[in-house]
Design a protein around this ligand. Structure first.
Ligand SMILES: C[S@@+](CC[C@H](N)C(=O)[O-])C[C@H]1O[C@@H](n2cnc3c(N)ncnc32)[C@H](O)[C@@H]1O
Length: 264
């Protein structure tokens, strides 16, 4: 199908595993919204427009995310990765850099920032190293919401109350990330299929992104993530994801269930 080919060619996203009726419903919704007179006209518009490609990916639920998605995974990431990294930065005085790759609308990036802020609180104020969490995604639309830092009440359900009170400010029916959180966070557009703009990250969180790629594209992303990570840096994937194409000697397992690895 042409739409599938376009998503594959332009984004490396393989939706051949999606059910046809689900795909057709999403396409029909976009045809309606864009007022395209028929499917061939919609296809032409889709191929020309990056924005419409993002809208269609949104309709296919490819941007789905939540705060503390798999809570245990972030508990483990905080303890097994952030804590030792911060301890080593206290010694060296260097900046701690974490990358949330494929962050969608930012919930994952702010979740990491909350884990980081909590670990910072364990340190004496004068000893806290500088730290940053970079959230990147290919979708400008998703990034615009991430940058706003504003989420409706239904979307902050996954945040433990204590953290919600500490790191968000209530604004009517919504919650806005407070400066105690946004001071760590930055967003940028990046295509994971291209050579990374930034390297030497101490930790990379890339969850529920690899599942959308074809085998070949998956391997390209795995290589790019490897090149972006420092030696001894941590990589966390989604709970059902595996690294295809990486040699066994590239990483050691830190937490198998939560897919936390360490670069050798
Ligand atoms: C299901 S969301 C995952 C969000 C978050 N990581 C999580 O686990 O909740 C997948 C994200 O990957 C992004 N994505 C897909 N292809 C990409 C690419 N080539 N480069 C960067 N991001 C991509 C999508 O735009 C989407 O926001």
């Amino acid at each position: 199908m042409q739409v599938m080919k376009h998503l594959f060619k332009s984004r490396g996203i393989d939706i051949s595993g999606y059910s046809e009726s689900f795909m057709m419903r999403a396409i029909k919704k976009r045809v309606g919204r864009t007022c395209a007179p028929d499917n061939p006209s919609y296809l032409k518009m889709l191929i020309r427009s990056e924005e419409e490609t993002n809208e269609l990916l949104g309709a296919l639920s490819i941007n789905v995310t939540e705060f503390f998605r798999d809570k245990g995974a972030f508990e483990s990431f905080e303890k097994e990765a952030i804590r030792p990294l911060l301890e080593s930065k206290v010694q060296t005085g260097a900046l701690l850099r974490i990358w949330s790759a494929g962050c969608a609308t930012g919930q994952e990036t702010y979740t990491i920032a909350m884990c980081l802020a909590e670990e910072m609180r364990r340190l004496e104020p004068g000893k806290r190293p500088l730290a940053s969490v970079l959230g990147t995604d290919i979708s400008e639309l998703a990034l615009a919401k991430a940058e706003s830092g504003i989420y409706p009440r239904e979307e902050v359900k996954g945040i433990p109350e204590k953290l919600l009170n500490l790191y968000f400010v209530r604004k009517g029916h919504a919650y806005e990330a407070a400066s105690s959180l946004t001071k760590y966070v930055r967003f940028a557009r990046e295509n994971l299929l291209e050579k990374p703009g930034s390297k030497f990250f101490d930790a990379i969180v890339c969850r529920n992104v690899l599942i959308y790629f074809s085998r070949k594209m998956h391997e390209v992303v795995v290589q790019n993530l490897y090149e972006s990570l420092r030696k001894d840096g941590y990589l966390m994937l989604g709970r059902t994801e595996t690294l295809m194409g990486a040699p066994r000697s590239a990483y050691e397992v830190v937490d198998l269930e939560n897919r936390i690895l360490r670069k050798l």
